[in-house]
Design a protein around this ligand. Structure first.
Ligand SMILES: Cc1ncc(COP(=O)(O)O)c(C=O)c1O
Length: 396
């Protein structure tokens, strides 16, 4: 009854989990949500001002498919100033979130017979998007003992004549790794040598800790630039996930294809959201900085509490708001006679016993791990980790 392409489609585990948690909360259970993939902050005032201005000006018609010219110009200026990237407004397509920007790029580039490399663990949607395009996802396994750094030799080993693209994400969800400039330069060289595209998802670029800096792979050289799509958005840095504004920046022919796809699927992103994003770009730099500082403090708090739970392996994140925990030592242990065999089962155990929500590694294509988000108040982090410590201690 359904098309072939959706038969293997898995619903986003993170969204499924959120639905379950919402139901538990509704029935009165006091859940601490450390599964969250979105900022817990209110929108910056400047963003709200932008929406108000749009309402006052009755901006309600269909806008240009790739976004308002003023917003695209502001994005070009940002890419120039923050990332050392030169794009023209007709190389930008504003989308309904970075998610749509990434999908548009994959859909424009990849089809049956193509392979797309995915450094793994990776964000929940990449492999499903690649499948939807009819292409084949190829995981490139990264390792905790190397800090989940981008392993360019491992990438090269996975390249075949069918390799069409790689999707990278730095700072990385779920690992918190920030890819080094050196590794990104080496990846850029590979993309030119073997002629494949790099889709660079830079959505967490503003959430960095301990002096780590973000490097955009498209800035390596003109040759590399012409093999790159840079994607970013307003959901994380500006705490505007529900406003659905993201964008791609790509060489003109590809940008035009991206915009044509979007033109037939969704048209322009909501005008009010675009105006909010534009004002946020102009006036929310201080809020962005303050939020990043608060994440940094929570990162330390969370790490100090995790250090007290035995047998969990992890690196402190260099960016994002996630810890990625190797919990393999706990698998095979029992509670109430029942063996916990997978990280999926462990996350359900923690939810049901400790009323703390975390995401199992299976969602990121790497079982035996849990992703814990510290996008929550310090109070909730302390309470959540105390409950988790008790739950882990109950496993024998
Ligand atoms: C790595 C990564 N890329 C992209 C997105 C999607 O962002 P948006 O809300 O802009 O669609 C997310 C959201 O969780 C993410 O974690």
């Amino acid at each position: 009854m359904l098309a072939e392409r959706v038969k293997t489609l898995k619903p986003a585990a993170t969204i499924e989990l959120s639905t379950k948690i919402r139901e538990m909360k509704k029935s009165g259970v006091d859940i601490i949500s450390l599964n969250i993939g979105e900022p817990d902050f209110a929108p910056p005032a400047a963003a709200n001002d932008g929406v108000r201005a749009a309402l006052d000006q009755n901006i309600s018609k269909y806008g240009p498919v790739p976004g308002f010219p003023e917003l695209r110009e502001a994005i070009c200026e940002k890419l120039r100033n923050d990332n050392g990237l030169t794009y023209r407004p007709d190389e930008i397509c504003v989308s309904a979130g970075a998610k749509q920007a990434i999908f548009n790029a994959l859909f424009a580039l990849c089809g049956a017979g193509d392979e797309v490399l995915l450094p793994t663990p990776c964000w929940v949607s990449y492999d499903q998007m690649v499948n939807l395009c009819g292409a084949t996802p190829v995981p490139v396994r990264l390792r905790l003992e190397n800090g989940f750094a981008l392993d360019v030799d491992a990438v090269e080993r996975c390249i075949t004549p069918r390799t069409r693209a790689i999707v990278i994400n730095t700072p990385n969800n779920p690992t918190g790794a920030v890819y080094s400039e050196e590794s990104l330069r080496a990846l850029g060289r590979l993309a030119v040598k073997y002629d494949f595209w790099i889709i660079s998802d830079e959505i967490y670029e503003k959430i960095l800790f301990n002096g780590n800096t973000h490097f955009s792979v498209a800035s390596v050289s003109e040759d590399v630039w012409s093999h790159c799509v840079t994607t970013n958005g307003f959901s994380k840095a500006y705490a505007l996930p529900g406003w659905r504004v993201g964008y791609s920046a790509a060489p003109r022919t590809l940008a035009k294809a991206i915009s044509s796809i979007q033109g037939h699927v969704t048209s322009a992103t909501a005008s009010l959201s675009q105006m909010g994003a534009l004002y946020a770009m102009r006036g929310a730099a201080e809020s962005v900085k303050l939020m990043a500082e608060e994440y940094a403090a929570r990162m330390v708090l969370t790490g100090d509490l995790l250090d007290k739970i035995p047998d969990i392996l992890f690196n402190r994140p260099q960016g994002t708001f996630y810890y990625f925990l190797d919990v393999s030592a706990y698998l095979g242990r029992r509670f109430d006679g029942q063996i916990i065999e997978t990280s999926d089962a462990l996350s359900r155990f923690i939810l049901e016993q400790a009323h703390v929500a975390v995401v199992p590694g299976e969602a990121f294509s790497l079982p035996m791990h849990l992703r814990l988000s510290f996008s929550n108040s310090r109070e909730n982090i302390i309470e959540g980790l105390s409950r988790m410590a008790q739950a882990f201690a109950a496993l024998k």
